[in-house]
Ligand binder design. Structure first.
Ligand code: PMV
Length: 338
């Protein structure tokens, strides 16, 4: 599954370590299905031998990224340079929908590799160590992917607020979730299907020179405690306040980078304003967050779904490109398909 960060990971240190702890909800409908097949490697001259197909089509740009990723993983999985791999991947959401697929794609691949390690060596029989290793390996592919190996919600990054949290891998925190968050809904509004103009890796790198970065990291750390508290107690107001502040801060950091850039679009702002007006006039628990792009995630409790979904159908969907959205919810984490 993909995930949506509530406290964002934005800014990193080598090697792919977060500048601040971050928390996400794991999604359900937005996911990647990956099949990893292997055989003896024939071309011994190549260190890494693999083919990668997305929806059945060979994708050279992705293959190159995965070859680099596999090179990095040889010390962790020494079998990687002994085998040839065929990787077939498909996303549940349209490839060009503007939905970030690296979290689901990289975590699915990391889970496949850990499953293979266990099959070959029987070394990852314990659920906890399996997940921890999968999260560690996923992180090296894409930071946010570290959080996608857990059901419900995950925290990535060391904080005194959660025992056992580390910068190396995420930790599942589903057990902390109030029932209203376990069943929370997220409607992902596709404002634009276009691939984003500035990649997340460029965005992270720009944080190194951002004058607001130190304040941002301190603020994010303090929000972790408040968010965990809201998630435990079912405090939607507290949750929503942090959720929206984090979304707007993320985009403010993009605007204050040098060079500065803007990923929101006019309809992103229109949607945010409509959501806030509707919340003010009805008192319902409807909140938004944004990823590094123009699309809007609308998050709300299932108990208020009827009125909120009617409002979205009538007033928000028209702001989406070709009326597209993905009706998602907090999910049960990755599953191995037999
Ligand atoms: O994992 P990356 O490098 O694609 O960075 C993800 C950054 C955000 O999606 C904007 C925030 C997050 O924590 O997921």
């Amino acid at each position: 599954p993909s995930n949506i960060a509530i406290v964002k990971y934005w800014g990193k240190r080598p090697i792919q370590l977060p500048q601040n702890p971050n928390i996400s909800l794991t999604l359900d409908r937005a996911h990647t299905i990956t099949k990893l097949s292997y055989q003896a490697k024939k071309d011994k001259n190549r260190r890494i031998s693999l083919t990668f197909r997305l929806d059945g089509q060979a994708m050279d740009s992705f293959s190159e990224r995965i070859i680099k990723y596999f090179e990095q993983l040889v010390p962790i999985f020494p079998f990687i340079d002994q085998l040839h791999f065929d990787i077939d991947s498909s996303n549940s959401f349209p490839h060009s929908s503007g939905i970030a697929s690296s979290a689901s794609a990289m975590s699915a691949l990391a889970l496949c590799l850990c499953t293979l390690e266990h099959r070959l060596f029987g070394s990852l029989g314990e659920e906890e160590s399996f997940r921890e290793k999968a999260s560690f390996v996923a992180r090296l592919g894409s930071g946010s992917a570290a959080r996608s190996v857990y059901a419900g919600a995950a925290i990535w990054g060391k904080t005194i607020d959660v025992q056992g949290s580390t910068d190396e891998a995420a930790l599942g925190i589903q057990q902390f979730l109030h029932p209203s968050f376990l069943t929370a809904k997220d409607r992902i509004m596709i404002i634009s299907e276009q691939a984003k103009a500035v990649s997340s890796s460029v965005g992270h790198a720009l944080m190194d020179q951002n004058p607001y970065a130190p304040t941002r990291y301190t603020l994010a750390k303090s929000r972790i405690y408040l968010l965990l508290n809201a998630l435990r107690t079912g405090d939607w107001k507290q949750f929503g306040t942090i959720c929206e502040q984090e979304a707007l801060d993320l985009h403010a950091l993009m605007m204050s980078s040098s060079p500065s850039y803007i990923l929101m679009m006019p309809n992103t702002l229109k949607m945010i304003q409509r959501i806030r007006q509707f919340r003010q006039s009805t008192g319902l628990s409807i909140y938004f967050t944004l990823d590094a792009g123009p699309n809007v995630h609308v998050i709300y409790p299932t108990s208020e779904a009827e009125a909120i979904e009617n409002f979205m159908d009538d007033h928000l969907v028209k702001l989406c490109e070709r009326g597209q959205y993905i009706q998602d919810a907090v999910g049960a984490g990755p599953v191995q398909i037999k």
